[in-house]
Design a protein around this ligand. Structure first.
Ligand code: Y12
Ligand code: CO
Length: 176
């Protein structure tokens, strides 16, 4: 089932998500629906809160070497915890909750993350590059943080200006 994606500036996105306690059918259905929703929207990552569920659950699929996404490249992440982080990297990010806005953000270059899968099995993953960015971007969502809040001062101001302009145009269009 395709779910509705909550978009900025909806205050739901600011909520702190609570740990998942039950690894049951309901969680499996949520993960399946989130994956379907993410693929349809052409994303590489989606957190529960982006579909209105305030639980510490997220999915990532950055695809294989050619970028092809499949259940084999999908990572289901429940109750993640960063164990290690080091270095920095800068790269353009986008978010399904902030359509059509991309900008450069600084992130850790490498992270080590502990998390559980849908069956409650523990995993530890060492990630760098795009995967490390995806883990950081999606985990931020669980703490109510969006990538635009991590932009440097000038980029943040540019975002706010552009977003105001968009809202104004949307209001104009609604008026007819
Ligand atoms: C690197 C950077 C960011 C992440 C977090 C996950 N972000 C996404 O999956 C963003 C996807 C996205 C997709 C869009 O749709 C298309 O490109 C067709 C998009 O464009 C529109 O909304 C029009 C914006 C964002 C992980 C790793
Ligand atoms: Co996002």
């Amino acid at each position: 089932m395709i779910l509705d994606i909550v978009t900025y500036p909806n205050p739901i996105l600011k909520k702190i998500s609570k740990p998942v306690e039950r690894f049951d059918k309901e969680l499996h259905k949520l993960l399946d629906d989130m994956y379907e929703t993410m693929l349809k929207a052409e994303g590489v990552g989606l957190a529960g809160i982006q579909v209105g569920v305030d639980r510490r659950v997220l999915i990532i699929d950055i695809g294989d070497k050619e970028g092809k996404q499949s259940p084999q490249t999908r990572i289901e992440v429940i109750n993640p915890e960063f164990l290690e982080w080091e270095g920095t990297q800068r790269g353009k990010e986008g978010c399904l909750s902030i359509p059509e806005y991309y900008d450069e953000v600084e992130r850790y270059g490498r992270v080590k993350v502990k998390f559980f899968d849908r069956y409650g099995k523990e995993h530890i993953v060492d990630a760098d590059g795009l995967l490390a960015v995806a883990f950081q971007h999606e985990t931020d969502h669980l703490d109510g943080k969006l990538f635009v809040e991590r932009l440097d001062y000038i980029r943040r101001k540019k975002f706010e200006k552009e977003w105001k302009k968009r809202l104004k145009n949307q209001k104009k269009q609604k008026k007819g």
